[in-house]
Design a protein around this ligand. Structure first.
Ligand SMILES: *Cc1c(COP(=O)(O)O)cnc(C)c1O
Length: 369
């Protein structure tokens, strides 16, 4: 029994630690209403058209799904003015990031990313025996100059999160232009646009699909989890060159996207009304939070996503714990090394009000304590 059964890299990976489920918070603190603003979910609910589609599709779950998600890819291709061969659909954006690591990373290969960003690709790269080179932030921004300076012969991928999670701010068209122009053709730029529909209202947000006309070393990631509100069925996609899409498809898994997810996404894609309502509510909720933060004199990052990053000036874990007692779940920033910051998702106006009231109460209490 001397041999190590497990893949070497697993020794350095940690199991995902989930936030407290709502039911547990209710029991532990004896509160009925729990507001979860921790995972950037759509508090308006799922797209009604997606729900209808899932109900209809439920009759067919004795049959395997379409391995190529053809109908959905056709609909996305038509909407974006690209071809089906440019699209790979995954079991959530998360799976797309894992597929990317499996497609490109040999042992010892490197990727470059900001030191405060979404970590799923980094974890998948570690799993493949690659290395994630973290570039310190330039204030609140991803430091693209630093990205470029750190490219070497081992670099395979550059990961850009736009808007960046957990900060919520965008990289502008000018900044993305600079990055794309300075990355050599044998390095692939992954642009994570999980919050695309929220961000595109900002006129400085780039329309990256057009880069694919000239460049083949780009992968754009989008998801149905956030704006369309169907995180629970798991579906997202990559937009990339045909060459990269072909290689990614080899490792995606045969039936990686289930029937209910494909149906839900098709429904959600044409539900412009739900998207519009969601984006409108999002900016109302953000506006309320920004106004309150300013009143309280709290530093925050200007967001174009469905969450905001705020410096509460107190230990983030203590504040998170106190909010939890009041039935509000948010993400404490210490997990990214921002020890006095919180990431709070937008919600309904009522949820946002309740969060702000609780935050004011908690901050007052921590001052007098
Ligand atoms: C939510 C999110 C994703 C993908 O989420 P899925 O639910 O797996 O589609 C990808 N990137 C970022 C930055 C996200 O916040």
């Amino acid at each position: 029994m001397g041999k190590n059964l497990f893949r070497r890299e697993l020794a350095n990976l940690m199991p995902y630690v989930p936030g407290k489920p709502i039911e547990e918070v209710q029991k532990e603190y004896g509160i009925e209403e729990v507001i979860k603003l921790a995972s950037n979910e759509n508090q308006l609910g799922p797209s009604p058209k997606a729900v209808e589609a899932v109900k209809r599709e439920a009759e067919n779950i004795n049959m395997y799904p379409d391995p190529g998600s053809m109908e959905l890819r056709q609909a996305i291709a038509k909407k974006l003015g690209i071809e089906v061969e440019n699209i790979v659909v995954g079991n959530g954006g998360e799976q797309i990031l894992q597929i990317i690591a499996q497609t490109f990373i040999n042992e010892g290969d490197e990727i470059i990313a900001a030191d405060t960003t979404f970590t799923i690709l980094g974890i998948a790269v570690d799993h493949m025996g690659g290395k994630c080179v973290s570039i310190p932030m330039d204030g609140y921004k991803q430091n693209f100059k630093g990205f470029i300076e750190n490219i070497n012969e081992k670099t395979k991928l550059i990961y850009v999160c736009n808007p960046n999670n957990p900060l919520g701010n965008i990289a502008t068209k000018e900044e993305i232009d600079y990055l794309i122009k300075n990355v050599p053709d044998d390095v692939v730029v992954v642009i994570d646009e999980a919050y695309y529909d929220f961000a595109k209202v900002n006129p400085d947000y780039p329309e990256t699909v057009s880069y694919l006309k000239e460049k083949s070393n780009i992968i754009i990631l989008r998801t149905f989890s956030k704006v369309t509100g169907i995180a629970g069925v798991r579906i997202g996609y990559a937009i990339t060159s045909k060459e990269i899409a072909t290689e990614m498809s080899k490792v995606k898994g045969t039936f990686n996207v289930n029937r209910l997810a494909q149906a839900a996404a098709l429904g959600a894609l044409e539900d412009e009304e739900h998207i519009k309502k969601t984006v409108e509510l999002n900016y109302k909720s953000l506006g309320m939070m920004e106004e309150a933060f300013e009143e309280l004199g709290l530093e925050y990052v200007k967001s174009n996503a469905n969450f905001v990053f705020v410096n509460v000036g107190k230990d983030s874990r203590t504040v998170a714990q106190e909010l939890l007692k009041r039935g509000i779940v948010i993400k404490a920033g210490d997990i990214w090394g921002w020890n006095t910051w919180l990431r709070v998702s937008t919600g309904t106006l009522e949820q946002t009000e309740k969060f702000l009231a609780a935050l004011k109460e908690v901050l007052k209490e921590l001052v007098s304590a």
